[in-house]
Design a protein around this ligand. Structure first.
Ligand SMILES: *[C@@H]1O[C@H](CO)[C@@H](O)[C@H](O)[C@H]1NC(C)=O
Ligand SMILES: *[C@@H]1O[C@H](CO)[C@@H](O)[C@H](O)[C@H]1NC(C)=O
Ligand SMILES: *[C@@H]1O[C@H](CO)[C@@H](O)[C@H](O)[C@H]1NC(C)=O
Ligand SMILES: *[C@@H]1O[C@H](CO)[C@@H](O)[C@H](O)[C@H]1NC(C)=O
Ligand SMILES: *[C@@H]1O[C@H](CO)[C@@H](O)[C@H](O)[C@H]1NC(C)=O
Length: 459
């Protein structure tokens, strides 16, 4: 009986898993840049005991956080560089290349990389149980980082070290916030592609995808996409349109394409590769995408997907990083990438109502009103685009849609912004690529010289 239940559960989760948000989280995608980096023997995996709840001293439960360290360039009291992990498993090879590695090698620094609680191997409590997720928040994660840094500074050879915190995307927010919350512990920060403004309806995301297509593809590329998605939206309106569309797109006849939730899944799946092109691509990839007439997904067997409330209600029990990140979205940041704007080419079916319902209400039982309130709370607590910090450099890429929620202009001389033309999400942090635009290469040099100035190391 148990085995049969297990088989049914497995089949069921495979089915549900294929439906929605099969893409990896931003952080998982970024870690792929380090897949082929040679792992240095000097990088070691370490564990640090952390309180489950940093804000309740009568709760004495603990768990072990994973982190990596690399002392290959270190000389006593050289700076500490900490790469903060975000919404996915951390790779040790982040300490073998890219911004952190270059800075450490140029300044005799020690390198650390910390995994974010509830991701990878840093699991305080089983994340497939909703009640266990209450200890997952940016504030708890920041307290974990504080403990790690405080712990490291105890050692005699790091006692006088300056501390530089580096992070990208959501972890870029965390990096900036360490300087706000712990100004006496953290001396300088690189916050790369950090969406510091939490936003309920992030309608600017798809606007930027459209801008990229227009500017680096062609105006006709934009218009073709616009036409395509208008065609989908029109088809959704009638029974005949739906039947015709299902044939054309090779959907199984039993797909209920009259439900807005299924229309959402249909459109989301098709728009996703274009979103990825804007967020992680480059000018050449956008050009060649737009130069190509045959872009549609074609497969042999018919495509099946379905939405019913009962299925979605158990979706969060599938252990996936994206599900865990969705909890953070629903309780802190929202960032819903909708089609609410008229200045984007993806039609109208990615509505804020359906997004909020599918992600927060059905998966986690968090209603729309709480989602809105948590976004306000986040912005109030951290200061959104006015975080009142110094010695933080805010870096963003032009192609990357997330730059629309980032700091693009200097807050002050001590909190400058760098906007990199033709650059994608967090490109400045990753290992250099042969096709990097010169603007990116130059930005990396500028960022490094700013950080060195703040920690008083000669360039
Ligand atoms: C703090 O922890 C204690 C012991 O686990 C628990 O009884 C109490 O409810 C917790 N308080 C809060 C506010 O979570
Ligand atoms: C829908 O149809 C497809 C193909 O005919 C089939 O594989 C799938 O099991 C069907 N799903 C349901 C829930 O009926
Ligand atoms: C068109 O797309 C196909 C498949 O993605 C690719 O192999 C081909 O090189 C592309 N053609 C052009 C002109 O970009
Ligand atoms: C676009 O495609 C044409 C032929 O299909 C090719 O001659 C041209 O070089 C391509 N341009 C780019 C930028 O890929
Ligand atoms: C900004 O931070 C400084 C130093 O931490 C503090 O003195 C000042 O009051 C803060 N300003 C605002 C508007 O919070």
């Amino acid at each position: 009986m148990y085995q049969l239940t297990l088989i049914i559960l497995t089949l069921f989760s495979l089915l549900v898993q294929g439906l929605f948000h099969e893409k990896e989280t931003n952080f998982e995608r970024l870690m792929r840049n380090y897949e082929n980096i040679e792992p240095s023997e000097q990088i070691t995996e370490e564990w640090l005991e952390q309180p489950l709840d940093h804000f309740n001293s009568s709760d004495n439960r603990v768990w072990k956080m994973r982190y990596f360290q690399n002392f290959e360039h270190f000389k006593p009291n050289g700076p500490i560089f900490l790469y903060i992990g975000g919404e996915g498993p951390l790779r040790g090879t982040v300490l073998a290349a890219g911004m952190i590695y270059d800075l450490a090698s140029e300044t005799h620094g020690a390198m650390f990389a910390s995994e974010h609680r509830y991701y990878g191997d840093s699991i305080p409590l089983n994340p497939t149980k909703k009640e266990n997720l209450k200890y997952l928040s940016s504030q708890q994660a920041l307290a974990d980082i504080h403990k790690l840094l405080t712990d490291k500074k105890q050692s005699s050879r790091l006692k006088h070290s300056k501390v530089v915190v580096i992070g990208g995307s959501y972890a870029g927010n965390l990096a900036a916030w360490t300087r706000k919350l712990y100004p006496n512990l953290v001396d300088a920060v690189i916050a790369s592609s950090a969406p510091l403004l939490a936003k309920y309806d992030f309608k600017e995301y798809l606007e930027t995808v459209g801008d990229d297509l227009k500017k680096y593809g062609s105006p006709s590329c934009y218009r073709n996409i616009e036409k395509q998605y208008k065609y989908y939206d029109d088809a959704f309106k009638t029974e005949e349109g739906i039947i015709k569309l299902k044939k054309e797109e090779n959907l199984c006849s039993n797909v209920s394409l009259n439900l807005p939730e299924n229309q959402f899944l249909f459109v989301e799946k098709r728009a996703n590769p274009i979103k990825i092109l804007a967020q992680y691509g480059n000018v050449d990839k956008i050009k060649s995408y737009c130069n190509n007439s045959s872009q549609t997904l074609k497969q042999n067997s018919c495509e099946y997907f379905d939405f019913t409330e009962s299925k979605y209600a158990t979706y969060h029990t599938i252990p996936k990083n994206n599900n865990i990140w969705v909890w953070q979205i629903c309780t802190e940041f929202s960032y819903f990438q909708t089609t609410s704007s008229d200045k984007q080419p993806f039609g109208k079916s990615l509505t804020i109502e359906t997004t909020s319902k599918l992600l927060c209400s059905l998966l986690y039982g968090i209603d729309d009103d709480s989602v809105r309130k948590s976004v306000e709370r986040t912005n109030k607590f951290y200061g959104a685009l006015h975080p009142n910090v110094t010695k933080v450099v805010f870096v963003n890429g032009e192609l990357d849609p997330w730059h629309r929620l980032g700091i693009l202009e200097d807050i002050s001389e001590e909190a400058p912004a760098i906007f990199i033309p033709k650059a994608s999400h967090c490109a400045d942090l990753g290992p250099a690529q042969s096709n990097d635009p010169p603007e990116l290469t130059e930005a990396r040099l500028i960022i490094k010289s700013i950080v060195k100035k703040w920690i008083k190391v000669a360039s």
